[in-house]
Design a protein around this ligand. Structure first.
Ligand code: URA
Length: 209
């Protein structure tokens, strides 16, 4: 599969396994998700552009490399995406944050947008979209289509777990958007849950159930 990056670092895999366990508390699930997001951010931002600045060390002047974090936008697909944000912001604290809210129309089963808020100047920004679970891929696909209307410089999609069905949907609709995940699971069940998965990510992050 092209354009898919599975982040198989041992720390990521270890924390993912702890999160999958059904007896993980809300507290530890949320903490582990934050830690995983930080580790994943490290890989996802690997190709961020650097620029040169002159600085003075205690001994002499030198040219150092810096990233322009303000050019980066982290976009959370509500609500579970918010569980990813803080861990990512720990690595790129200057990043801007956008939110997209979608719900599934029970009659048509199609995603309907109820919230969309982005920073200004999107055409000069690189976007990282975060949503822990890439299941059917329908909302992620709709979110990316809406986001593309703002003409960002680049888009990446980051999730914790992906189902093969969701990857296929996203790649068919948005072959230009690389997908980063920590695992590709087996399949979806008849309710759209990822198997073996970790359950409802939003409920587990926020302790709602
Ligand atoms: N969303 C979730 O939170 N979990 C799944 O398994 C699928 C979609």
């Amino acid at each position: 599969m092209s354009n898919i990056h599975v982040i198989d670092h041992p720390l990521v895999q270890h924390k993912l396994t702890l999160m999958r366990r059904k007896d993980a508390s809300t507290n530890s699930f949320r903490r582990l998700l934050g830690e995983l997001a930080t580790l994943m951010a490290y890989e996802v931002t690997r190709d961020m552009p650097l620029s040169d600045i002159e600085i003075e060390t205690p001994l002499e002047t030198m040219t150092g490399k810096v990233i322009d974090g303000k050019k980066l936008v982290l976009v959370s697909i509500l609500r579970a995406g918010n569980g990813f944000l803080d861990g990512m912001l720990d690595v790129v604290p200057g990043a801007r944050v956008g939110h997209i809210g979608l719900y599934r129309d029970p009659a048509t089963l199609q995603p309907v947008e109820y919230y969309f808020k982005m920073p200004s100047g999107m055409n000069e920004r690189d976007v990282i979209v975060v949503d822990p679970m890439l299941a059917t891929g329908n909302s992620a696909s709709a979110a990316l289509a809406r986001l593309k209307q703002t003409r960002p410089r680049s888009i990446k999609f980051v999730c914790l777990l992906a189902a093969p069905e969701g990857i296929a949907t996203l790649q068919a609709a948005h072959p230009d958007v690389p997908i980063y995940t920590s695992a590709i699971d087996r399949q979806l069940d008849e309710h759209g849950y990822i198997l073996p998965g970790l359950g409802d990510a939003g409920d587990r992050i926020f302790g709602t159930k």
